[in-house]
Every structure is written in C-alpha cells, then in structure tokens.
Design a protein around this ligand. Sequence first.
Ligand code: 5GP
Ligand code: MG
Length: 186
Amino acid sequence: MAELEKNSNKDIRLHDKEFKIFISSSEISIIIENLAKKINNSKIHNPIFIVIINGAFLFAADLLRKVKLPNTEVSFLKLSSYSGTKTTGNVNELIGLSSSVKNRNIVIVEDIIDTGITLEKIINILNEKEVTSITTATLLFKPEAYQKKIDIEFIGKEIPNKFVVGYGLDYDELGRNLPHIYKLKD
Ligand code: 5GP
Ligand code: MG
C-alpha cells in the first residue's frame, strides 16, 4: 500500500495515452504468491503449463518459479485478439505448442481475461488435441466484460472493465516491460 501511495502520482504516457498506476509490483508479488499456493494445493498431476505469449511472459516467469507440482512442464503459445485498446473479437492463428498435449493435464497461463473469446478459442484447440483436463490461471479478470460460461479456476485479481498496461500487457506493443500495472486515465 505504501508503495502504491508513493507511486500514485507517477503517471506515464504510451503513444497518445496517459496511464496512472493501478497495481504496484509489490501487490503483484502478493497476488502471485497466493495464486501459486492455490495451484500447488490443487495437486494437478504432471501438468503442462501453457503460457499465452506475449502478454503472460512476466506473469508466467514469476508464477512458475513458485509452482512446486511434481513433473511440471512449460510450453508457450502465441495467439492474440487485440489491436489498440479494444478487443477486436478476431482471434489470430496459433503459433507454437511444441509439446504433445494428448492425455495431459493442461494449465493455461493468461495475463488477462476480458471477453473470454481468446480463452474459449484456446480451449477448443486443446480439446481437439484430446487433452485430459484444462484449468486456467489468469493474473487479471474483468468480470463485467466476460461473455463466456467457462470456469476460471485460478484468478489473481478481478478488475473493472478498464484498459490496463504493464507487467507484460501492452498498448500497441509499448508498456510490456513496466514492473507495475497501469490503467488508462479517464
Ligand atoms: P479476450 O479474448 O478475453 O477479450 O481478451 C484476451 C486478451 O486480450 C488478453 O490475453 C490480452 O492480451 C488482451 N487484453 C484484454 N484486456 C486487456 C487490457 O486491459 N489491456 C491489455 N493491454 N490487453 C488486454
Ligand atoms: Mg494475452
């Protein structure tokens, strides 16, 4: 909290837009610590964590260092539905998925779930590959924007339906390397 207050007037500008700090890096660490505990308690058997890049790269790096499930594998998938600050609804093709996922327990690692269109698409593709189970871990979730019925087992933090950047999340490719998460100033 102290850090959030300290940083609260540190606005940033990316392209044409102003952002203000929303979730500090210290709050992100606490969120991830709690998520890792829940994932470790879930006892998922021989999991493959499938990290959805680019957005989830920092989240996955921090989360997976704390995952202690035996025989954990990590793989990466690229897929995106975003252009600018509004979801387009068009999900592009899948790139990656090197490991064989048939008969495996999958944990999808997402940065943020907004409408759920991307998540549904990923789940459909994985189900075609005859996986045993799919669970989802997301750092952020926008319940007001969510349009799907799919359960999301591991949610770091629910946020209002506002555009956010930082900690992997971009605004037209800027902001991914920021340690804090920022929201668009209104
Ligand atoms: P959905 O398909 O659930 O609408 O959107 C999922 C993807 O859109 C996320 O993985 C993320 O890449 C992007 N996205 C959704 N909301 C935001 C946001 O507030 N900020 C940024 N930078 N990306 C977002
Ligand atoms: Mg993403």
